[in-house]
Design a protein around this ligand. Structure first.
Ligand code: SF4
Length: 500
């Protein structure tokens, strides 16, 4: 099969929601698929395993985005895309294609998968070393319903898993001149080593189970031995293991809403860190949106400044970026402090002037000043309870502030002012249309769940899914269907008629 034909099959299977076997069957038996692929009616097609091999090659050579770009170029050539038009972006949760495991199951499964890999690679080597009890313990998948119920017994079992994991790693290390050295490089054994480094510690001969406070940050913690790129995250009270998909949709009036960008990250990457990669991707594709609609999660002052310098208005509300706004309902708002950059001073709500001002450059290149007020003024201040929760008696320091400077501060203040105005809010309503794209991606294309394991393969799934969405959208546009406006219910319509 030609790579182009396999690309087309890979996209069509996302349009139809087919698994590999169903797609291969459709190539063999459906006349419309044969017509699209330019095959003879008698063509026997191919074995379904060709598709997974093809995807592996796309991932290996980082060619997945070529499929998406080719469709964008076709849309552009057909006049279906405004290159400097409007674009809107949003993200959605993607669940990893692995079972959610509690800590006990996770550790047991990590040992079991390493033993399985070794049993397949060097059965004799393992048979010489493994005990009957271990075979019984790891002979079947480690399921919660088979594990002890009492906390004390579960803790004992966790330590047993830890002991077995370290035993296996030690056995591989001790056999440096035999097969053990090669076994230590098996992927499942490497995962075991990495997971054990995160979950346990050996102090002398003792095994210590790390507490939640002692674990590495969630962007590093492996949550399943079967997908080591998936990460645990929480958003608005909703927790999941997996990834995030960011979709950008063209929304210029008079054109179809083509998906112009797709970007995949692990679940812990905040939207704020994705604004620049997304816009960079759009520009690399020759698209420089005039206006880019995003929600608050994507907007920081440095994005506003940099996007404006590139000719794009990043149209989204900005959130407060002062560091001391905890319990903002009772504390003073940042705007209650008057900043005077030329004199390098800040005046607080009590009318006191700051004395400290040291300029720093943040990780994202934003200049800011660390401002401080004298402790002798702040400690007896009657407004202190409304101003800060810092323990000045203990710290011997007055109120501190972090103040953004220069063009970044100006952009932030201007956006804060304009986002309160009615015309701005009215134009911002265009962002909400992207929810339709997210709905189609998750509902019709199945982007909510990973079909494959690892970040690279999940990203490829999203690229193929987004290309499939463009097939559906362009086809609908060519058939005369146009995007629905927000529906008005019969009751609301009745109310409008009554009012008029
Ligand atoms: S606590 Fe210090 S900074 Fe805050 S209002 Fe009082 S004097 Fe001003």
């Amino acid at each position: 099969m030609s790579p182009v034909a396999l690309c087309l099959v890979s996209v069509l299977q996302h349009v139809e929601g087919f698994a590999d076997r169903q797609a291969a069957e459709a190539v063999r038996g459906r006349i419309d698929w044969k017509y699209a692929l330019g095959l003879e009616l008698t063509d026997p097609g191919f074995d379904y395993s060709v598709l997974s091999e093809f995807r592996a090659r796309l991932v290996e050579h980082e060619l997945g985005m070529r499929v998406f770009d080719a469709v964008i170029e076709c849309c552009d050539a057909a006049g279906l895309l405004e290159r400097d038009g409007r674009v809107r972006t949003d993200s959605t949760v993607v669940l990893a294609g692995v079972r959610w495991l509690n800590r006990l199951e996770f550790c047991g499964e990590t040992v079991r998968s390493a033993l399985e890999a070794i049993a397949a690679a060097e059965p004799d080597w393992l048979a010489e070393r493994i005990s009957g009890q271990q075979v019984e313990r790891y002979g079947k998948p480690v399921d919660n319903w088979r594990l002890p119920k009492k906390a004390v017994d579960r803790n004992k079992r966790l330590r047993q898993f830890a002991k077995d994991g370290f035993w296996l790693l030690d056995q591989c290390a001790a056999d440096a001149r035999g097969p053990g050295a090669a076994l230590a490089d098996l992927e499942a054994v490497s995962v075991l080593r990495r997971v054990w480094g995160q979950q346990f510690e050996r102090c002398g001969g003792r095994i210590v189970v790390r507490t939640a406070d002692d674990l590495p940050p969630s962007e590093e913690v492996v949550v399943s031995p079967f997908d080591i790129d998936a990460r645990y995250s929480v958003k608005r009270g909703q927790s999941w293991n997996g990834y995030k998909a960011h979709l950008s949709e063209a929304c210029e009036p008079g054109y179809p809403h083509v998906i112009v960008g797709v970007y995949t990250t692990d679940a812990t990457v905040p939207d704020l860190s994705c604004t620049e990669p997304i816009t960079r991707q759009l520009r690399a594709r020759g698209l420089r949106p005039r206006t880019h609609f995003v929600d608050q999660g994507y907007v920081a002052a440095y994005h506003l400044v940099r996007e404006a310098a590139s000719g794009t208005v990043l149209h989204g509300p900005i959130r407060g970026d002062w560091s001391t706004t905890k319990g903002a309902d009772v504390l003073f708002k940042p705007t209650d402090f008057v900043v005077d950059e030329p004199t390098r001073t800040v005046t607080c709500p009590a009318g006191q002037r700051s004395t400290g001002w040291s300029v720093r450059i943040g990780d994202n290149g934003t200049p800011y000043a660390n401002v401080s007020f004298p402790v002798g003024v702040c400690r007896p201040c009657p407004l202190r309870a409304k101003c800060t929760r810092a323990n000045m008696d203990k710290n011997q320091r007055g109120r501190g502030l972090k103040v953004m400077l220069g063009a970044y501060r100006k952009a932030m203040l201007e956006r804060r002012a304009e986002q309160e105005t009615e015309p701005w809010r009215e134009s911002y309503k265009q962002r909400s249309g992207v929810e339709g794209a997210i709905s189609q991606a998750t509902g019709r294309i199945g982007m909510r769940r990973c079909k494959y394991r690892s970040l690279d393969k999940t990203a490829l799934q999203h690229i193929l899914g987004a290309t499939a969405m463009n097939f559906i959208r362009v086809n609908a546009w060519r058939c005369g269907y146009r995007s629905e406006t927000t529906r008005t219910t019969h009751l609301a319509r009745l109310q409008l008629q009554t009012q008029t």
